[in-house]
Design a protein around this ligand. Structure first.
Ligand code: FAD
Length: 467
């Protein structure tokens, strides 16, 4: 009897435990993608990017003999219906540690089992499953460095070879990707972001190779320079499972043994991703609630006009606006720029971190629920292992340090630059018409004076400390 392979954020052929198990079982298979409530709730850019990932991956899976069917609807009902039509005795999937996915999958597993259908979930999203890593006292880690020390020496299975052939199960009728219109909410943005996205397994491997052949050497020093391509840029592919963390880990370990200077630092960054999933698994409200509850009384502003200027890359603070425009044009943002833009919103503009988190969720093609939530709480000061609140990034001095020659700002800001590159002009092509933006002669005046904004944030912090 056939196995139904339920595809989610695991769109690759290599190092894919579920697909390898399907191949070695010799049983007939068919693959299913469901646009269920959870996938339908992704932000505009992630949903578009998911569509691109599927458009690349599904034909490759079909070429191996695996029929693919696309449906839309509640996951459990859809799985039941498709299993019945296909006469499938088993439903398999790769685990997704998003708390909403865990809830859904747990319910589905018990419902299917009760109906006599084998329901089996596989590893692949992380290297160190959160329930397997515990502190000496038992319980989850809350601080990164001890987590790193605990996992750095743990074995990570060598990557599995790409599956080569699958025994075809029945082909069923369903919808097409076009029917799902996953890019619908991107409007004018999709054509612009598409120039920067690198979709699929081959693109992910090319990124890894480029990184290992050059940037890894100076990674520790250069990763902070926003105008350079000094990082791996693999977050986009990791988010959709187009590459596995294990593949990157083993490549990084090889580079370490061959003496690449930046390799250990790179492995550490990859473990920040594991740490984020560890936190999110053990604290499933990480994206919703202040991790330190003493922050609940902090007078953050809700959504407001200044935050809207932040979203639109129109704060008048050049580095912050460059960062927000990079986000809109590429669907990604340099890590240091993420920290600076997030600090500006939560501190200089005193705005609730969840307002920023939502915008990132809508705009990032590498959106990762755990890394995003951890990143925002870390910058805001209310998260696990967070930057102390009084650490207020100053965008002007950050620019002086990490964008000294202004290359990053020039790439994204068209105002005042008659020779602005396409990247800067594209921002105006990508934003909704309703924003009414055209490149003026210069950026607007800053929303807030940097020194005043900093003082206001620190006063509010001091008042919170007293209470
Ligand atoms: P590299 O420097 O090449 O690092 C390799 C990999 O390590 C990355 O691909 C990523 O998987 C992991 N990594 C590196 N830094 C971090 C980090 N700080 N936290 C978690 N994992 C890390 N990352 C996302 O993947 N998705 C998000 O939605 C996301 N939102 C963020 C929001 C804020 C406010 C902040 C401060 C950070 C956020 N990050 C997010 C983390 C980080 O900015 C990106 O992972 C990084 O910029 C990706 O670029 P890269 O692939 O070139 O990274």
């Amino acid at each position: 009897k056939p196995i139904l392979l339920w595809l989610r954020r695991d769109l690759r052929l290599a190092d894919h435990p579920m697909l390898t198990a399907a191949e070695t079982s010799g049983r007939p298979v068919l693959a299913l993608f469901i646009l269920d409530d959870l996938a339908a709730r992704y932000g505009a850019a992630p949903r578009w990017r998911l569509g691109e990932a599927l458009a690349d991956f599904l034909p490759r899976l079909e070429a191996l003999g695996c029929p693919v069917v696309i449906r839309r609807g509640p996951a459990l009902e859809t799985l039941r219906a498709v299993a019945k039509e296909a006469g499938a005795a088993a439903v398999w999937w790769s685990r997704d540690l998003d708390p909403a996915a865990i809830k859904r999958d747990t319910e589905i597993k018990s419902a299917l089992k009760a109906e006599g259908i084998e329901a089996r979930s596989f590893a692949g999203q992380v290297m160190f499953p959160p329930w397997e890593v515990q502190t000496g006292q038992g319980g989850p880690y809350r601080v990164y460095t001890p987590f790193w020390k605990a996992v750095r020496g743990l074995p990570v299975a060598p990557p599995l070879a790409a599956v080569k052939s699958l025994r075809p199960g029945p082909a069923l009728r369903g919808e097409t990707l076009e029917d799902l219109a996953l890019g619908r909410d991107m409007r004018r943005g999709a054509a612009v972001v598409a120039k920067h996205a690198r979709v699929g397994e081959a693109a992910a491997q090319a990124r890894l190779t480029r990184f290992l052949e050059g940037p890894i050497e100076d990674y520790k020093i250069r990763r902070d320079f926003m105008g350079e391509a000094a990082t791996s840029e693999l977050s986009e592919n990791l988010a959709w499972g187009e590459i596995s963390p294990g593949q990157i880990w083993h490549a990084g370990q090889r580079a370490l043994h061959e003496g690449a200077a930046g390799a250990e630092h790179f492995l550490k960054e990859l473990v920040w991703r594991e740490f984020a999933w560890h936190l999110m698994f053990h604290f499933p409200n990480l994206a919703q609630e202040n991790w330190r509850s003493e922050w609940n009384a902090f007078p953050w502003r809700g959504d407001n006009d200044d935050a809207e200027r932040w979203r639109r890359g129109m704060t008048g603070e050049p580095l912050v606006d460059a960062a927000m425009r990079e986000l809109y044009v590429t669907g990604r943002m340099h890590n240091r720029a993420r920290m600076i833009a997030a600090s500006y919103l939560t501190k200089h503009l005193m705005t609730d971190w969840r307002v920023g988190l939502k915008w990132f969720e809508d705009c990032l093609i590498d959106h990762d629920p755990a890394a995003n939530a951890m990143g925002w709480q870390w910058v805001a000061g209310c998260g696990p292992d967070a930057a102390p609140y009084f650490r207020v990034f100053n965008p002007a001095s950050q620019a002086e340090k990490f964008d000294k020659d202004g290359a990053y700002r020039r790439r994204w800001i068209a105002e005042g630059n008659r020779h602005a590159p396409d990247t800067a002009r594209d921002f105006f092509a990508a934003v909704p018409k309703s924003w009414g933006l055209t490149p003026g002669a210069r950026l607007p005046d800053p929303v807030v004076d940097l020194a005043e904004g900093r003082a206001r944030a620190l006063d509010a912090y001091a008042a919170r400390e007293k209470n």
